[in-house]
Design a protein around this ligand. Structure first.
Ligand code: FBP
Length: 335
């Protein structure tokens, strides 16, 4: 069931809160903690969207003296929304070297939240799409707060993941391991309404997103794959169109709805690429896989990558299953 005009009839158009309650009803053991956590992410999204919409007006330009003001502001918002929420026992941001210090003598939840507070930072002062990406893990440890190494977990251990997208409208898209659903913020009522129910990704697309400015830094297999996409061949829908927004969340959102592939490949002198495994690749890989797509390093499934460090980077190929499989063949030198 793809995206469709949301109406009040049927499930589309229902509020995020009702959707979460209905989903929770299917989990008798649910304590409501997870629902509250998702609702808090929605709140962070509303607050940041509000700031971003006014940014141009109050002249809060993206970079002042090299400091990513909006990235820091978004980071602060996530921390304010969660630090005293009692919903998490660990909070780690892509913007911070170490996890956020949570107050000791304060109630904690059983979830660990890893987040990229403002994705697409190069878009901040040019009014182009921005996003935020989140990954949710359950802490199984006994008592006390998890240490930083306990956040370094394989993508397959995520219990939920998703992203916020600040485009022409603000959207929250997430999965908790079953379907992928998208909610659009109706600023008039300040509510997220279900607008994209049970998103299924087309098996193959017609667009690709990559920073071709790095072409000469790529290994031969990656270059051959991008060349292949640009050759003319009606039967395979080539040439593909190039669509690179500078915001990973926005590009993946496009692929989720219309198919295609986003790549931030490894480079000959930087084989691990640019993107962060725990904050960017793992959560988006969970979303895309639940929608029928694939996410790979070029040689292995992103969610199977054994992480070694909180801020480790990983090459990322993500999108329609057939497109990612073909890209892997080129990168593995089979084509
Ligand atoms: P940030 O988290 O620092 O924004 O980096 C991620 C990102 O901005 C992605 O959103 C985007 O796809 C990519 O980096 C753009 O990188 P480049 O400018 O090197 O193409």
């Amino acid at each position: 069931m793809g995206a469709r005009e949301y109406t009040i009839m049927g499930r589309t158009g229902i509020t995020l809160t009702r959707f979460i309650i209905e989903t929770q009803a299917g989990h008798p053991a649910a304590t409501g903690e997870f629902s509250a956590l998702l609702a808090q992410i929605g709140l962070a999204g509303k607050l940041i969207a509000h700031d971003l919409r006014r940014a141009g007006l109050i002249q809060i330009l993206g970079t002042t003296g090299g400091v990513n003001v909006q990235g820091e502001a978004a980071n602060e918002t996530f921390i304010k929304v969660f630090q005293y929420s009692g919903l998490v026992c660990a909070l780690a941001s892509e913007e911070m070297e170490k996890p956020v210090q949570l107050p000791e003598n304060w109630p904690h939840g059983k979830y660990m939240l890893l987040f990229d507070p403002l994705d697409g930072s190069s878009n901040t002062d040019v009014n182009m799409p921005l996003g935020a990406i989140f990954s949710i893990l359950r802490y199984e440890g006994k008592g006390g707060l998890p240490s930083a190494p306990e956040l370094v977990r394989k993508g397959t251990e995520q219990v939920a993941a998703g992203y916020l997208m600040y485009g022409s409208s603000t959207m929250l898209v997430f999965t908790s391991g079953q379907s992928v659903n998208g909610f659009t913020l109706d600023p008039g009522i300040g509510e997220y309404l279900l607008s994209h129910e049970n998103i299924r990704m087309p098996a193959r697309g017609k667009v690709y997103a990559v920073n071709e400015g790095n072409y000469h830094k790529w290994p031969a297999g990656t270059r051959r794959y991008i060349d292949h996409l640009k050759e003319s061949d009606k039967a395979t829908g080539r040439p593909y169109s190039s669509r690179y927004s500078g915001c990973l969340a926005a590009d993946v959102h496009r692929m989720l709805l219309g198919g295609g592939i986003y790549l931030y490949p490894g480079e000959t002198d930087k084989p691990e690429g640019k993107l962060r495994l725990l904050y960017e690749a793992n959560p988006l890989a969970m979303v895309v896989e639940q929608a029928g797509g694939r996410a790979s390093t070029g040689t292995m499934r992103i969610l199977e990558v054994e992480p070694k460090a909180l801020h480790q980077r990983v090459p990322l190929l993500i999108g329609s299953a057939e497109d990612v499989s073909l890209a892997e063949e080129f990168i593995k030198g089979k084509r």
